[in-house]
Ligand binder design. Structure first.
Ligand code: G3I
Length: 379
């Protein structure tokens, strides 16, 4: 009998009496959040599909294993206020309700970003940039309404996401910056603090652990702190691969950011196993694959070879050993997704691939990386 069928029929058969040899039910691993209790919160990004009950089996994993939850997409500007004055809170409300039941902390992701933000926020009817005053008023209104609605229930906000430029200069030339000016970042943090003075306010970005971008992040954060802007933490997204970046760069970033007096949050950890020419998360960098490239760039469409699975587990464990060494300054570590099948990396930087970056596999079973991370927590 096909073993999958056996797996499916076994529980049913057991309820019909023992037509099958007695087998121990699959033992669920201990909750990951218990392993990290007293060290830092362990979180996951929760997809909108999960919040809408369209991904059976994922929500129980989130409830059991994670004491921090981030909406992968449901709390971004395009989801929260698609048209001016028209707010849609249903999906975010579901996340907050779930977290209230499980005692998890909610991370609001994200208030001000150049991506997934409808053009009306910073463009006039004629498509021209809005005046500073109007754009500032719209940004403040969004923040006041959204942060205000969840005051005291969403403990942490990724206030500004990915404002630093990968190319020359410190700041990315985003529509927000064009419409308001460089101080849009400070103004966003001030508005969020006004709306919920108890919330932990995070500056979130990718690759700021890397030598080329870390100095710019330090410069921006020092400037904000000198201006007494209420920024409390820095989010290192940590979209990594088993090949890079070297953890030594991440360690330097944790040391240097925490030396500013900021909490460090590992906000979007995943560990891709596929080859890629690009390191980072600039969503505009996407590419297709020629047939010749498929075999090289997408080699594990059927299954992941054990040795790669083990390598992934070792790298994940090394990353968590680093985080645990700095648990006094790290507030949380969030995995950017629950299971491999839902990872954004299946479509980035190359669309239509099969990657294996997370702790649960496509059948929602814990992977070797899950157990390696749990073991590291116990060490
Ligand atoms: O909602 C639409 C749906 O209506 C449509 O049918 C479908 C097909 O095009 O697209 C859906 O929107 C997608 C959205 O996720 C919701 O699923 C967008 O196309 C897709 O681009 C979007 O991707 C998200 C990406 O941010 C967008 O920038 C990923 O799920 C999400 O994991 C990723 O997360 C970001 C963080 O927010 C910030 N840091 C980088 C990280 C990776 O880019």
């Amino acid at each position: 009998m096909n073993k999958n069928l056996l797996f499916l029929t076994l529980p049913f058969a057991l309820t019909l009496g023992s037509t099958f040899p007695e087998r121990k039910p699959m033992v669920e691993p201990a909750p990951l959040k218990d392993s990290f209790k007293g060290k830092f919160r362990i979180g996951a990004a929760v997809s909108t599909a999960t919040l809408r009950g369209q991904e059976a089996g994922v929500e129980p994993i989130v409830r059991r294993h994670f004491d921090s939850v981030t909406a992968e997409n449901a709390m971004k500007p395009d989801a929260m206020q698609p048209r001016e004055g028209q707010f849609t809170f249903d999906d975010a409300d579901k996340l907050v309700a779930m977290a209230t039941e499980t005692g998890a902390e909610v991370v609001g992701h994200t208030l001000v970003w150049h991506s997934q933000t409808p053009g009306w926020f910073f463009e006039g009817k004629d498509g021209q940039p809005l005046s500073r005053d109007v754009a500032l008023a719209r940004m403040r209104a969004h923040i006041k309404t959204v942060v205000g609605r969840y005051k005291g229930r969403v403990k942490e906000w990724d206030v500004v996401n990915e404002a630093i430029n990968d190319g020359p200069g410190v700041l990315r030339d985003t529509p927000w910056r064009k419409a308001i000016g460089d101080d849009y970042i400070a103004e966003a943090f001030r508005a969020a603090h006004e709306a919920d003075p108890s919330a932990i306010l995070v500056y979130n970005d990718y690759n700021i652990e890397l030598d080329y971008k870390r100095p710019k992040a330090l410069e921006l954060l020092k400037k904000l702190l000198d201006q007494k802007v209420p920024v409390h933490a820095v989010g290192i997204q940590s979209h990594w691969r088993i090949e890079n970046p070297p953890l030594a760069e991440a360690e330097k970033a944790i040391q240097e950011f925490s030396a500013l007096g900021l909490k460090v949050m590992i906000t979007e950890l995943d560990m891709g196993v596929l080859p890629s020419r690009y390191q980072g998360a600039d969503i505009s960098v996407t590419e297709g694959m020629t047939p010749e490239q498929v075999a090289v760039m997408n080699p594990y469409t059927k299954a992941l070879p054990d040795e790669i699975d083990q390598k992934h587990a070792e790298k994940m464990a090394s990353a968590f050993e680093l985080f645990l060494r700095y648990r006094k300054v790290i507030g949380r570590v969030t995995l950017w997704g629950v299971h491999d099948g839902g990872s954004w990396l299946n479509n980035f930087p190359v669309r239509g691939r099969t990657d294996y970056p997370l702790l649960f596999d496509r059948s929602l079973k814990p992977k070797p990386a899950f157990f390696a991370v749990q073991k590291a927590a116990g060490s």
